[in-house]
Design a protein around this ligand. Structure first.
Ligand SMILES: [Fe+2]
Ligand SMILES: [Fe+2]
Length: 260
């Protein structure tokens, strides 16, 4: 089972990269049983809107994960409960709108579970991500062996710790949130594919997607400033996963960086 995971789609340049490059990625690396994209930055760099979610479905993306920026566009509250393929971190408090994991039927009717969990280190006050995974796996493991975790976290240590914690229990742990693709993609000892960060799909002539001038002003003056989405050096970042159809174990993980 081949699955494509597209890293944090940042603003309009990121959305444009997905729509223009996806056919090429599919022809070169696919066909894919499923396509997953992190969309937490897809609306102007923060949050996601109804029309963007719809455009992702139209492009053939099956599941959209998010992270700490999921609530940035207020309209998300109007549709997150009804868009079952749109995930927010599962370790928000009980009764938070939306859902943290989903089981989908893939292109050839296999079952694939996608889980979205956020880290605690240098992030919002999420509940323990490791315990959260345990609770979800109790429900998911009886349904499918094919499980992909988007671990949306800041600290490399917390991410690799999650990789080892989940090793052999999920097919892949894909790190998101830091927007810079790391070169540590590998298969862990018990068969779980792992990468600390899949990277951003968006403008790299930037500070993790944001135009440099305003970010430098903020860092040098400590004064508030309105950030802008950068526009140049747009790249699609992702990983291509190949999972064993029977066991769900990873056969391979390959990083991709494709310029627009
Ligand atoms: Fe992000
Ligand atoms: Fe994030």
């Amino acid at each position: 089972m081949k699955v494509l995971f597209i890293g944090d789609v940042f603003g309009k340049p990121g959305r444009q990269a997905v729509s223009e490059l996806l056919p090429f990625v599919i022809s070169k690396y696919g066909p894919f049983e499923a396509i997953i994209a992190n969309g937490e930055n897809s609306a102007g760099g923060k949050g996601i809107t109804r029309s963007i979610v719809k455009s992702f479905w139209e492009l053939g993306i099956n599941v959209v994960t998010t992270g700490n920026h999921v609530w940035a566009q207020r309209e998300v509250f109007d549709f997150i409960d009804s868009e079952l393929g749109l995930l927010r971190p599962a370790n928000y408090p009980t009764n938070t709108p939306g859902q943290g994991w989903v089981v989908i039927n893939t292109a050839s009717e296999m079952k694939l579970c996608v889980i979205n969990i956020a880290g605690q280190v240098f992030l919002d006050n999420f509940s323990n991500p490791f315990h959260c995974l345990d609770e979800i796996l109790k429900q998911v493991s009886v349904q499918t062996e094919h499980i992909i975790l988007d671990f949306h976290a800041e600290a490399t240590s917390e991410k690799i710790a999650m990789g080892w914690y989940a090793d052999g229990r999920v097919s892949a742990v894909i790190g998101t949130h830091t927007h810079i693709q790391t070169a540590d993609d590998r298969i862990l000892h018990q068969g779980t594919a792992y990468v600390t960060d899949v990277g951003m799909t968006g403008p790299y002539d930037s500070v993790i997607g944001t135009a440099k001038k305003e970010v430098l002003y903020r860092f040098t003056t400590m004064l508030p400033v309105r950030y802008k989405v950068a526009q140049e050096e747009v790249i699609l970042c992702g990983v291509v996963l190949d999972l064993d159809d029977k066991t769900g174990n990873a056969i391979s993980i390959e990083r991709v960086q494709i310029p627009l």
